[in-house]
Write a protein that binds this ligand. Structure first.
Ligand code: ASC
Length: 150
């Protein structure tokens, strides 16, 4: 009885671990490229909606910016697992792989900036929202300048 339980727990744990690592891996490089581009597409959509508010092209609505900032902050940790070895291509410049430490640092800077933006957006303070949006936007641009094909 005890042994059966142990086997069950061990099997379940093994299954969970393989599912976890499968998430970080892709069958083909194209799958990784599609994954990261999809995440960036959804992020850019939510980010763009906030950009329109900051530029004065859309009215400020606390719930809307809070929702969009939360989308960006939730997705920001996801693309990086899809830039693994052998997944060169898409809009990524070779520097992503040849200067990976710098790329990683840029990705971390962006994640911190969008976490700040999310905090500001949830607070309902328009000025801090706009300020954090500007800072986050600079981290997008900085990484694009160095690591994204024109
Ligand atoms: C956006 C978007 C980006 C960033 C970047 C900021 O709305 O799609 O990639 O802002 O342009 O400089």
């Amino acid at each position: 009885m005890k042994l059966q339980k142990l086997i069950l727990v061990t099997t379940a744990t093994t299954l969970c671990i393989s599912a976890g690592s499968a998430l970080a891996q892709f069958q083909k490089p194209e799958d990784a490229i599609k994954y990261r581009q999809s995440v960036f597409t959804v992020m850019a959509n939510a980010f763009g909606k906030m950009g329109a508010v900051v530029k004065g092209e859309a009215p400020y609505n606390k719930d809307d910016v809070a929702k969009n900032a939360a989308i960006v902050a939730t997705l920001a940790p996801l693309p990086w697992q899809a830039f693994g070895p052998g997944t060169e291509g898409g809009k990524a410049q070779p520097a992503v792989w040849s200067d990976n430490a710098k790329f990683k640092a840029a990705s971390e800077k962006m994640q911190l900036a969008v976490a700040d933006l999310n905090k500001a957006a949830q607070s309902g303070d328009v000025e801090s929202f706009k300020k954090s949006f500007g800072a986050a936007s600079q981290t997008c641009k900085g990484c694009h300048d160095d690591f994204k094909k024109k």
